[in-house]
Design a protein around this ligand. Structure first.
Ligand code: NDP
Length: 280
């Protein structure tokens, strides 16, 4: 398994496993299947309401805890110093773990929802820095942060975020934000790498897949990792779980990378950090 090195020295597998909408027994089984197929990075979030299932899957897998990078995220209603600490404790409990490898702010506080969004993010980050210093979290990072949210955070942060997890797939890959993060030493991690299924049926992706004798899903995942971006496809289908990690025996050419980069917008989720669909 290929890995990237984070700016705090910890390593992260370049392919991990997503669990959004994988709940209860299906969630447990998918995590067990992922770990049996060689995934060593598991992505969950308090918001997914599946931390208990993910924790059970990890235990049942028999893979030693220290071999697995477990990510969970702080939901936006729990931003702020005290709330972040309480929410982190709840996540740790549900997962049934002693520590979390990677804890992310799921969405930044923003100008539309907070009078002083900069302070809310800064206070949240301070809580995460303290939890890290206590050994309860190995690495801390963010998700869905734009450049303006990152630059504001840099003003007060003592620890740089290691990762920014953002929407990144053919047809919507935020190249400027990705470039900015890389320049700052922040690893980009792709969510919805298959645009939740909306990449399928695209002619260019199908023709590249045929050429390499691979699936469209494998082409998308390979394209992400060739950008040196971590990818976390989700599936509850055993065959697809196996297929999605089988992307290390071929390479996209520079021309194919460019062609995929240049695809017109498709599959955008519509989710933006400055417009939350509800109050929190
Ligand atoms: P994905 O782009 O990973 O797509 C998942 C969908 O694609 C599922 O319906 C799955 O079906 C299907 N699928 C998976 N593999 C294949 C395949 N090989 N062939 C055909 N279909 C396939 O979407 P997600 O939104 O789940 O993103 C991945 C992960 O990123 C999430 O699970 C979550 O962990 C994280 N995430 C983070 C966000 C954030 O705000 N930070 C936001 C959204 C996601 P099936 O399961 O039925 O096989």
């Amino acid at each position: 398994m290929k890995e990237l090195i984070l700016n705090d020295g910890h390593k992260i597998p370049i392919i991990g496993f997503g669990t959004y909408k994988s709940k209860k027994q299906g969630g447990i089984e998918s995590v067990v299947a992922a770990l049996a197929n060689g995934y060593r990075l598991i992505d969950t979030a308090a918001k997914y309401k599946n931390e208990k299932a993910v924790g059970q899957g990890i235990k049942l897998s028999g893979v030693p805890r220290e071999k697995i990078v477990v990510t969970t995220k702080l939901w936006r209603e729990n931003l702020g110093y005290e709330k972040a600490k309480t929410a982190f404790g709840a996540s740790l409990n549900k997962l049934g773990l002693e520590y979390i490898d990677l804890y992310l702010i799921h969405w930044p506080a923003n100008a539309r929802n907070y009078k002083n969004w900069q302070k809310t993010n800064a206070d949240t980050w301070r809580a995460m820095e303290e939890l890290q210093a206590q050994g309860k979290i190995k690495s801390i990072g963010v998700s869905n942060f734009w450049q303006e949210h990152l630059e504001a955070l840099f003003q007060t942060a003592n620890v740089m975020p290691v990762i920014n997890q953002i929407e990144f797939h053919p047809g919507y890959w935020q190249p400027e934000l990705t470039e900015f993060c890389k320049k700052q030493g922040i690893v980009v991690e792709s969510w919805s790498p298959l645009a939740r299924g909306q990449v399928f049926g695209n002619e260019l992706l199908e023709s590249i897949a045929n050429k390499h004798n691979k699936s469209v899903a494998q082409i998308c995942l390979r394209w992400v990792i060739q950008h040196k971006v971590v990818v976390i496809p989700k599936s509850t289908t055993p065959k697809r779980i196996e297929e999605n990690i089988d992307v290390f025996d071929f390479e996209l050419s520079a021309k194919e990378m460019e062609q995929i980069n240049a695809l017109p917008e498709m599959g955008f989720s519509g989710e933006l950090p400055d417009i939350w669909p509800d109050k929190v």
